[in-house]
Design a protein around this ligand. Structure first.
Ligand SMILES: [Mg+2]
Length: 390
């Protein structure tokens, strides 16, 4: 008999060291000096931390009538924890543990009616859905990458995100993504500075290395076009997140005016419908959902189907940084890359890169093979989860 859901509990991650993170997370590009939502206005230069929420990560447990449990994670604990504990949790207790599509549909449609499914609710939905998939894997005693039809290959290629190319190369990566440093407030000087960053990287890496540029959704369409024209000769694999996430005419404008440049976006699109729209209108070449933000593995699978049916590439945001992204990146044929955001000091273990959990695989010489343990292979007991959240 299929176990039923007996408990859904989300809590703020107060003690990340319980998860095996031995150093405080620091970023390899300096947030205080670089791009943020207001960086187009020089009056806000150096104030990135002012625009970052201070809420912690979330640990979500879904427990079953057979005594097993699954673990999901997301961020923005402040508003997300009550959405899980007061709204989604009571809604799905008593339901079948394995009915992930039915449960996702219940949670998504009810949130959309009550307060919108494509905002903070998408983070809460992600935490519950990821816990349910972890639980399904434990109940069926298989890794999630098999449950969703993988693995797609023996190992999955990774790329490193961060501006310390020497550190990334020492870690074995041979593909890289840079963060641009200035927005349209810097006009021509900004383009010159970003061109210098890309030119130096290209000279250091050689003509054939895969090199991408992330713009953190801080630009607008016309500046992106000027930037793309200036960078054309550097053969960027893609330019990412140039327009604000809801600037649909801007995405269309950039697509039309940079017809041959590979374009990528999606980490800030918080519903499968945004991806369906982007694919329908051919706005980008690469879809980049974040599995902890967009609605979990169920949403990521829907978006993977959209990508495959549309002939568009998939590249999960931060797909190498947590077990959830690792399993889906490894399982889905249309996902060529697993992104490792290197958010820790040079030489520091990648367990401190960003949002890692115990039992998680780390890339070896730039290639990933996820843990084959049941579920997502997250090695945490209920006691340890209690300790981490108290
Ligand atoms: Mg990005």
């Amino acid at each position: 008999m299929t176990p039923t859901i007996t408990e859904v509990t989300a809590a703020r991650l107060r003690r990340p060291e319980v998860l095996g993170r031995t150093a405080p997370a620091t970023v390899s590009w300096d947030l205080t000096g670089m791009m943020h939502p207001l960086s187009s206005d020089s009056a806000f230069a150096g104030q990135a931390s002012r625009f970052e929420p201070s809420w912690d990560e979330v640990l979500c447990v879904v427990a079953a009538s057979d005594g097993s449990f699954g673990v999901g994670m997301t961020c923005h604990a402040g508003p997300v924890v009550p959405i899980v504990n007061d709204f989604f949790g009571p809604m799905i207790v008593g339901e079948s543990t394995l009915a992930t599509e039915r449960l996702w549909n219940m949670m998504s449609r009810s949130a959309n009616s009550a307060f919108g499914a494509a905002g903070l609710a998408a983070y809460a939905l992600s935490a519950v859905d990821l816990a349910l998939w972890d639980l399904k894997g434990k109940i069926l005693d298989r890794p999630v990458y098999e449950l969703v039809g993988g693995p797609a290959r023996e190992r999955t290629r990774c790329y490193a995100t961060g501006n310390d190319l020497d550190d990334a190369r020492r870690r074995g990566f041979d593909a890289f993504k840079l963060a641009g440093s200035v927005g349209p407030g810097s006009t021509t000087a900004g383009i010159t500075e970003t061109e210098r960053l890309v030119a130096n990287a290209r000279a250091e890496l050689g003509a054939d290395a895969d090199l991408m540029l992330d713009c953190w959704s801080t630009l607008d369409a016309s500046y992106t076009v000027r930037l793309g024209e200036a960078l054309a000769s550097y053969r960027l694999t893609w330019i990412e997140d140039y327009a604000p996430p809801d600037d649909w005419p801007g995405f269309a404008d950039v697509r039309r005016r940079l017809p041959t440049q590979m374009l990528a976006a999606g980490e800030r699109w918080l519903s499968d419908r945004a991806f369906a729209y982007a694919a329908q209108h051919r706005l980008v070449d690469v879809l980049q959902p974040d599995i902890q933000w967009v609605g979990g593995a169920t949403a990521a699978l829907r978006i993977a189907a959209i990508a495959a049916a549309s002939g568009i590439e998939l590249a999960l945001h931060a797909g190498c940084n947590d077990s959830y992204g690792q399993h889906l990146s490894h399982a889905l044929p249309q996902n060529r890359w697993a992104e490792m955001y290197v958010g820790c000091p040079p030489g520091e273990s990648l367990m401190n890169a960003w949002r890692s959990t115990p039992g998680m695989s780390l890339p070896d010489d730039g290639w990933l093979v996820p843990s084959g343990a049941p579920g997502f292979g997250i090695e945490l007991t209920r006691d340890q989860i209690g300790e981490a959240t108290s």
